[in-house]
Design a protein around this ligand. Structure first.
Ligand code: C5P
Length: 233
């Protein structure tokens, strides 16, 4: 199984498919987020699928249950493989999302945005938040209870989560940096091998690959590191 998901964090179809072409066969799973989807629409997803690629549609849905269920149903029709919803949308929204998914679509919950500090979370939720990790754990278990298939989680949270959610629940991890790579704007990073050892199923890896002088070679090095981590396990 290829565990690397490449985010297409660009605003035009031209830039997106330049990168897809440069990465070639070895990249077969792409993340389409709010920027690209808002700019170019579902045609980007269809074009990736025509090339045999899997698609993670990262739209972080958060709305009333009926509206979210409609969007999940539309994503099922589009044939994407992964779609994000906000765990803080509540159990009724999450259950409606889980009921609406069909086919190969698996739903991932976003628990607490990594951009939120404990102070900001306290201000939003109206109570003191001492441990973000505790909130991530609580929201993950509520998402699993509602029938969601996995969460987006950092490699630091993955071991605890894996111990509580069982083997089948998906852990998808961004913030990956091969040893020695620039952290860019990521605060807490892990290497590909560390993330695999932590229990992550899929790794979302952007700039270390997409901004590399030779993206295909950078991806090759990451895949080799993952294979050795898997062999050790
Ligand atoms: O370039 P980089 O590897 O940092 O890209 C990581 C990708 O994962 C980006 O698309 C970013 O939006 C996404 N992501 C993240 N941290 C989260 C959730 C998503 O970096 N907590």
């Amino acid at each position: 199984m290829n565990r690397v998901i490449i985010p297409l964090d660009v605003s035009s179809e031209h830039e997106a498919f330049d990168l897809v072409d440069r990465l070639g066969e070895r990249a077969d799973f792409y993340k389409v987020g709010l920027e690209l989807f808002t700019s170019c629409g579902p045609e980007v997803v269809r074009r990736l699928q025509r090339m045999g690629k899997r698609v993670f549609l990262d739209l972080k849905l958060h709305d009333i249950p009926n509206t979210v269920a409609g969007a999940v149903s539309a994503a099922s029709d589009l044939g994407v493989d992964l779609l994000t919803v906000h765990a803080s949308g509540g159990p009724t929204m999450l259950e409606a999302a889980a009921r609406a998914r069909r086919g190969n679509l698996r739903l991932l919950a976003v628990t607490a945005l990594t951009s939120l500090s404990p102070d900001e979370m306290s201000a939003v939720w109206g109570r003191e938040i001492r441990s973000v990790r505790e909130e991530v754990g609580r929201l993950t278990l509520s998402a699993q209870h509602a029938g969601i298939d996995g969460v987006v989680a950092s490699a630091l949270e993955a071991p605890w989560l894996r111990g509580h959610v069982g083997a089948d629940f998906l852990l998808v991890t961004p913030g990956i940096r091969p040893a020695g790579a620039s952290p860019d704007d990521q605060n807490r990073v892990a290497t590909p091998a560390e993330a695999i050892r932590a229990g992550s199923d899929y790794l979302v890896i952007g700039r270390p690959i997409t901004q590399a002088r030779d993206p295909e070679a950078a991806l090759g090095a990451v895949l080799a590191e993952i294979s050795s981590a898997e062999a050790e396990a």
